[in-house]
Design a protein around this ligand. Structure first.
Ligand SMILES: O=C(O)CCC(=O)C1=CC=C[C@@H](O)[C@@H]1C(=O)O
Ligand SMILES: [Mg+2]
Length: 326
């Protein structure tokens, strides 16, 4: 692959600000920078608080998408979960309605400022609405080991498939996993931040700290890098989004479509949480599945959702710095 120069990257860059229907990670508008190369569009959208070093992997992923394209898929559609942010129990039903029919739901828990009772109420409401669905929770490392074990005990009656990053440190994740097994709690432990934000994304597998991995294309440096990490880890993988536009979601779908095994629904239906996109044919779920297909990007939508001038400048300067350091 010909690597694009910084000038080539800047020449094709567009910045959009997509409104969220439901606040997620305290984000009300998701800003993303899109790049267009010979293979199509790529998305560069590290969260604003990430430094340039962490953003580098996101740029490698965008360049892979736009200048190289994706590996050959082994499936033509990908099962996806609905994602429920840390809303009040009464807010669960309208959120779920956005996703249409689904057989798996991921529920955010351990949000700062909320209590375990709030989490239990939210999970109970999802279980009430979808008695047969596979439910997962994601704590984003918000608990300590004791809190995580109390929470998993309290949530056990609602039948969880797995708990994603209940605690932050790999050593704590391992401790929670061992204690969950000792107590015979029927819940698996998944690692997200321990993979995507780690110096060594394989440590969690080496130390038996998780039963499965949640993998995101951009923070892992692209579809091929993510495939490689999953293969080396030797653990089942769930692909999830970074709250992307259809362009970023298509990279996640490409990863999910290329994984040799895909035993769980993926967290790639997040466009349902948004109120705008750059594609006239957004990658939205249909009865719990996303099709593996190219996504067209329209000039009209790029213009409609164009970010304000100061934010565009901020993103272009970030792109220039991160590209220079690659
Ligand atoms: O996995 C899903 O169902 C949706 C994606 C999702 O939860 C996330 C997207 C972006 C940032 C993260 O805080 C969050 C996650 O932790 O997995
Ligand atoms: Mg997560």
């Amino acid at each position: 692959m010909e690597h694009p120069t910084t000038e080539e990257l800047l020449a094709s860059a567009r910045v959009v600000s997509l409104p969220m229907r439901v606040r997620f990670r305290s984000v009300t508008h998701r800003e993303v920078l899109l790049l267009c190369g010979p293979a199509g569009w790529g998305e560069f959208a590290p969260f604003p608080e990430y430094d340039d070093a962490e953003a580098a992997a996101w740029l490698r992923a965008a360049v892979e998408a736009a200048w190289e394209g994706f590996p050959t898929p082994v499936r033509s559609r990908v099962p996806v979960n609905a994602t429920v942010p840390a809303v009040a129990a009464a807010g669960v039903e309208p959120v779920l309605a956005r996703f249409g029919a689904v057989t798996a739901v991921k529920i955010k828990v351990a949000e700062r400022g909320q209590s375990l009772d709030d989490d239990v109420a939210r999970v109970a409401e999802v279980r009430r609405l979808l008695p047969a669905a596979n439910l997962r929770i994601d704590a984003n490392g918000g608990w300590n080991v004791t809190e995580a074990l109390s929470a998993l005990e309290a949530l056990a009656p609602y039948r969880l498939e797995y708990a994603e990053q209940p605690v932050m440190a790999v050593s704590d994740l391992r401790a929670v996993r061992l204690e969950v097994q000792r107590r015979g709690l029927p819940v698996l432990i998944a690692a997200d931040e321990s993979v995507r934000k780690a110096e060594d994304p394989l440590r969690v597998a080496r130390e038996d700290a998780a039963d499965l991995l949640v993998v995101k294309v951009a923070p892992l440096g692209g579809v091929r890098c993510a495939l490689d990490i999953v293969a080396q880890a030797g653990l089942p993988a769930v692909v999830s989004s970074a709250l992307d536009s259809s362009v970023g979601i298509s990279a996640g779908v490409a990863l999910a479509a290329a994984l040799p095994d895909l035993p769980y629904a993926c967290g790639l239906a997040t466009l349902s949480l948004m109120d705008g996109d750059v594609s006239p044919a957004p990658l939205l779920p249909d009865a719990g599945w996303l099709a593996v297909r190219p996504v067209p990007v329209s000039e009209e939508l790029l213009e409609r959702f164009a970010a304000p001038a100061d934010r565009t400048r901020w993103w272009l300067e970030r792109l220039e710095r991160v590209a220079a350091a690659l």
